[in-house]
Design a protein around this ligand. Structure first.
Ligand code: SF4
Ligand code: SF4
Ligand code: SF4
Ligand code: FES
Length: 519
């Protein structure tokens, strides 16, 4: 039985085993895309490459048989760069949106398409969980947000944008009016406390997310009631105060403490906050330079100077966000700051490097061609945008369902389990590094359960092999030449005829969103 070392660790494997098998035995993870144990290796992706001592080129671990005495490196810079380049080459010829355009444009990065599908399926308790994953005050923002997400909505290229903001408000209002409004589960207490200065949208959001993460949060505010500019700056007819108060009450119910009529400076010094708490988040709203400096913080051109990615200030353990750092006065931006700062504060308090929230990997289709608009249009209902008689009204159940059915499902059906996306995230691959000709977006939807989007196919051939082995009469094949090779149904058969038995297996094997379940 041959013995080899991988990253200086010795292992013995059976005759005929591959480097990938050996790595698996050692618990060393090597990324793969085109490999599946039950299929013959095609070595089409080269994402699994490793370095073998004495060989000039890197070799695919999935198809290289172990020789006795082999010395393999799986974790050096050369290997990392080669894997990244392999991913970037695949991405140069890849067409799809991992996340919906509305999702990526929302300052709070809310998963809008998922919320809309949950509304359409009448799963409103799932929808509120989706919304509150990213937006701590959705009933408030459903009334006052300037709706940047709707400017990015793909449906606008067909008729009018989906009414995303009112759908979010609908979900939040139904929840607030229910007997038991949504309350997320908090992690067990971590024995660490965070002081939040300012009970406006940024401070409230930070408290909401850090309390869930197990920290004890106290929010200080110099006004009589929490809410900041939402409480004292927005007209009542735009934002009825009971809505704000009810959403704040839900934050309080999580365990967040509020100390109002307490002004930093006069009654409370930054020094004492830093002494009594493990971290401080400053979200006071706009500040003059003198106020910033009196707290021992450095001032920038727009308020407190801080790192734009991590929200860290010059004082260790002190973070700042919202209008205290940029005078944008957009409540959704402040709520987004609060969520992102909470991620950094959590990293800081749990002893991890403070890097801020990770940016999710995303590929984009960009502007649609006319025929592509038609393809997308077929994914939503033909109804026009639901309009409401009075400004300030919310959707009824029926209106919400009609509006939700207009959504085109722009996000990828496999965004959460696409291996290409996962590896691209891990290797920090850039989708636009190598520019290729953009192919056309197509969808084959004749199969009752499976949808095929050829722009997301990486030609691994797994589905072709699986369909053949399952005894499919028609099955799948490769068509085209050179870079234009793609999997397709032969002749004029439909996908439903091609995959009568193996559809589920093919979807499970497909490493991307090229083959996915509909829905
Ligand atoms: S197939 Fe993967 S990489 Fe492509 S759009 Fe879907 S999730 Fe993103
Ligand atoms: S159609 Fe739906 S998924 Fe697409 S951008 Fe608009 S809201 Fe988002
Ligand atoms: S459609 Fe088939 S060939 Fe294309 S990526 Fe998926 S499994 Fe591979
Ligand atoms: S070449 Fe090994 S997984 Fe693709």
């Amino acid at each position: 039985m041959p013995k080899l070392t991988i990253d200086n660790r010795e292992v013995e494997v059976a005759d005929g085993a591959t480097i990938l098998d050996a790595a698996g035995k050692l618990g060393i993870e090597i990324p793969t895309l085109c490999f599946l144990e039950v299929c013959k290796p095609s070595t089409s992706c080269m994402v699994c490459v490793v370095k073998v001592e004495g060989l000039v080129s890197l070799v695919p671990a999935c198809a290289t048989i172990v020789r006795d005495g082999m010395q393999v490196e799986s974790d050096c810079n050369q290997v990392h760069e080669a894997r990244k380049a392999a991913l970037e080459l695949l991405l140069s010829d890849h067409l799809g949106d991992c996340l919906g355009p509305c999702h990526t444009i929302c300052p709070a990065q809310m998963n809008i398409p998922l919320m809309i599908r949950q509304i359409a399926a009448e799963k409103l308790s799932d929808a509120i969980a989706t919304v509150k994953e990213d937006i701590a005050l959705p009933a408030v923002l459903g009334r006052i947000c300037p709706k940047p997400c709707e400017r990015g909505c793909r449906r606008a290229a067909i008729d009018e944008a989906v009414s995303i903001c009112l759908l979010k408000r609908y979900v939040a209002d139904v929840d607030l009016q229910s007997a038991r409004p949504y309350s997320p589960t908090c992690k067990p207490g971590r024995d660490k406390r965070v002081a939040i200065v300012g009970a406006g949208p940024a401070g409230l959001a930070t408290g909401y997310y850090l309390q869930q993460a197990g920290y004890g949060c106290t929010i200080f505010d110099d006004h009589e009631k929490p809410g900041g500019m939402l409480q004292y700056g927005v007209p009542e007819q735009e934002l009825p105060r009971y809505v704000l108060d009810n959403e704040i009450a839900l934050i309080e119910k999580l365990g967040v403490k509020f100390l109002c009529k307490t002004r930093i400076g006069d009654m409370l010094s930054m020094e004492s906050l830093r002494r009594d708490f493990d971290a401080v988040f400053v979200a006071t709203g706009a500040l003059e330079t003198a106020d910033v400096e009196s707290m021992g913080l450095k001032a920038g051109s727009k308020g407190i100077a801080m790192d734009g990615k991590t929200y860290q200030t010059n004082l260790p353990g002190v973070f700042a966000g919202g209008d205290a750092v940029h005078k944008r006065k957009l409540a959704i931006r402040a709520v987004a700051d609060g969520k992102e700062a909470a991620a950094s504060i959590d990293q800081y308090l749990s002893g991890q490097p403070v890097t801020g929230p990770a940016k999710p990997f995303n590929t984009r289709i960009g502007k649609l061609k006319d025929d592509e608009k038609e393809t997308f249009a077929a994914c939503g209902s033909e109804s026009p945008r639901v309009t409401l008689p009075e400004q300030g009204d919310g959707f009824t159940d029926e209106q919400a369902r009609i509006e939700a059915a207009r959504c085109l499902h722009c996000d990828c059906r496999k965004a959460d389990d696409c291996k290409l996306r996962q590896h691209s995230q891990s290797y920090q691959a850039r989708a636009g590094r190598y520019k290729g000709d953009r192919r056309s977006f197509t969808q084959q939807v004749q199969h009752p359960e499976v949808i095929y989007e050829s722009g997301k196919c990486i030609d691994c051939g797994l589905c072709v092999q699986i369909a053949a082995e399952a005894g499919e009469k028609i099955g799948l094949t490769f068509v085209g030449r050179g870079f234009d090779v793609r999997v397709a149904v032969p002749f004029d058969y439909s996908m439903a005829q091609a995959l009568e038995r193996a559809a589920g297996k093919c979807v499970a094997a497909c490493p991307t969103g090229a083959l996915a379940f509909t829905g």
